[in-house]
Design a protein around this ligand. Structure first.
Ligand SMILES: NC(=O)c1ccc[n+]([C@@H]2O[C@H](COP(=O)([O-])OP(=O)(O)OC[C@H]3O[C@@H](n4cnc5c(N)ncnc54)[C@H](OP(=O)(O)O)[C@@H]3O)[C@@H](O)[C@H]2O)c1
Length: 209
């Protein structure tokens, strides 16, 4: 099936967590990491996040100063998103909400609703909305779903050696540690930028063919 080229970006702690067990929001990494996040966001024509990350980080999914803003895609099973969330208040790209469960779409203004599977939604973004590069900003549960259907082409990672989150139920890059993926996916290291001054290392991996 056709789908956009898909990149992801995450920061992980020294013990492999993307957040604490009580879902600490973003802001625990360096300014350089935040600048990298914005640069990666700017390179995409559409952004995608899980509802958990949208809520925890109060995201608006916009790029400062960009004339043509990326599409903003939100994935939820429940469809439970508050109409007063900042993403619906701040001007930006068109908002697309995929609700994979049976719930009726919530009454949200200026939102295009989709049903069905994540894979079908990716195909729709490509074929109906011309999305060539979709960039995922997490969280772990959504990235796991993308990995399960082998739909990650590039994986950007900030290894944040200065932080330990602990807790077995804190989310990792593929969600709460549970079952292995259906199969291993090979990636090749394409960028390695250790920053001892920050206690961080910026990495990128490309899906190996
Ligand atoms: N360190 C980092 O770079 C980074 C990046 C992103 C997020 N985070 C952190 O990670 C935490 C959130 O992570 P999370 O693992 O809970 O992830 P998440 O994927 O953002 O949120 C989980 C929720 O998103 C929806 N969802 C995700 N995948 C879905 C799928 N395939 N189909 C249908 N719905 C799907 C569901 O929403 P419903 O409940 O509405 O059904 C699910 O409960 C937050 O604390 C956030 O700050 C950290």
């Amino acid at each position: 099936m056709p789908r956009p080229w898909i990149s992801t970006n995450l920061a992980i702690s020294a013990d492999g967590k993307i957040s604490s067990v009580d879902r600490r929001p973003s802001g625990w990494t360096s300014r350089d990491d935040h600048a990298r996040l914005l640069a990666l966001r700017e390179s995409a024509c559409a952004l995608i996040v899980g509802r958990g990350t949208l809520d925890a980080d109060r995201m608006t999914l916009t790029v400062p100063g960009k004339v043509v803003q990326p599409l903003r895609c939100i994935i939820s099973r429940s469809g439970e998103i508050s109409a007063d969330h900042p993403v619906f208040q701040k001007p930006g790209g068109p908002i697309h909400l995929l609700v994979t469960g049976d719930a009726s779409p919530p009454p949200l203004p200026k939102v295009t609703f989709h049903g069905g599977s994540l894979a079908a939604f990716l195909e729709t973004l490509s074929s109906d909305f011309g999305v060539k590069h979709l960039h995922c900003e997490g969280g772990g549960m959504l990235i796991r779903s993308l990995a399960e259907i082998d739909a990650i082409d590039e994986f950007h990672l900030t290894l944040a050696g200065h932080t330990l989150f602990g807790a077995s139920q804190a989310p990792t890059a593929t969600g709460i540690p549970a079952d292995f993926l259906p199969r291993s996916l090979d990636f090749t290291l394409s960028h390695f930028d250790p920053r001892p001054d920050l206690g961080e290392c910026f990495l990128s991996y490309r899906r190996a063919q």
